[in-house]
Design a protein around this ligand. Sequence first.
Ligand code: ASP
Length: 247
Amino acid sequence: MEGTSMSYGAVLAVRGVVKAFSAARVVMERSPHSVLAGEGATTFAVRNGIEAAETLTDDAKQQFEDWRRQHLEEEGSDHRGESHDTVGVICLDHDGNLCAGTSTSGWKFKHPGRVGDAPVVGSGLYCDSSVGAAVATGDGEEILRTCLSFAVVEFMRGGDSPQLACKKGIARLEETVKRSAAGRSVEEVNRMHDRLTVAVMAMNPKGDIGAASTLGPRNVHRGRPSFPLAIWRKGDPVRVVEETEIP
Ligand code: ASP
């Protein structure tokens, strides 16, 4: 999403193209559409110069086969992997133009056809150069129903710093999850909350940044209580910081 012209392009459920960001960009720049899905997205991308390539790695294939062997008997159960792989990027140029992008292979071992938050405008990403940009990662279903990135940008529009806006966005998402759990037992609600893995980061046109996540001592995944992000400003080396280090 390019935040000055407010243009947006996305490809969903795309196979045979590794460079999904580039495919989304050609949809944005060279088609009259915002979103292309499946085979049509691949055909359009390849016709517009994006390299066709096998996306399934041997490692991923092996993981899938191991998983299928283990879970064949338990169809329909929630085998949500704990690994999240969305890459979210926000860029600001010297003239104050912001852009944002996300790319993911999505929830591991999902049902065919499932689309997560990453390519959905307002959920996985949102960008308005006059206000700010936000990108999200984590449990897509929760991000989608909260319109998390849009909410964070709207908090900035209302005057919040990127950091406060991210915190408010995460608080709203946690509230949404709680509401959807109405009627369930306290233990079940706590279990849902413990598993919740969502992070969001944001930037405003001044280059101030913010980040917040649902991670904490209560719901640590893979031993990490916070969410790492990389910051690069021209002339400086890349810095990797934990979200909790942002004031
Ligand atoms: N947000 C992605 C999705 O739900 C998953 C992830 O971040 O890994 O598809």
